[in-house]
Design a protein around this ligand. Sequence first.
Ligand code: MN
Length: 129
Amino acid sequence: MGNNILYIEDNPDNMMLVKRALESRGYKLLEAMTGMTGVEKAETEDVDLILLDINLPDIDGYEVARRIRGSNRKTALAYLPIIAVTANALKGDAEKAVAAGCDVYMSKPINIRELWARVEAFVPSPHVK
Ligand code: MN
């Protein structure tokens, strides 16, 4: 298993925060700033886990999750871990994310320790042997 994390997120500040946090633990971050780019990268790049923002400029995160789960370009996408990163956990975003195919969710603002724990639950850090 590799350690490639795809983060689908349109906010550059969140992207930079997560990039630094995950690279400090030895992961490699692949970036997608739109939903469609995210689906494309999930289908074509070597990805071990996806972090998925819900509010995106084109298709939303729910649609991204549904397209990834329903993709017939790579069978592993049916089981690839997807962590939704939701801004409105109290408004039902989390339940909708799980219904769309995400495995778990975490709330914004992003807590780095929670991020590490959530990611490591699926993909062990290369730094922890
Ligand atoms: Mn967003």
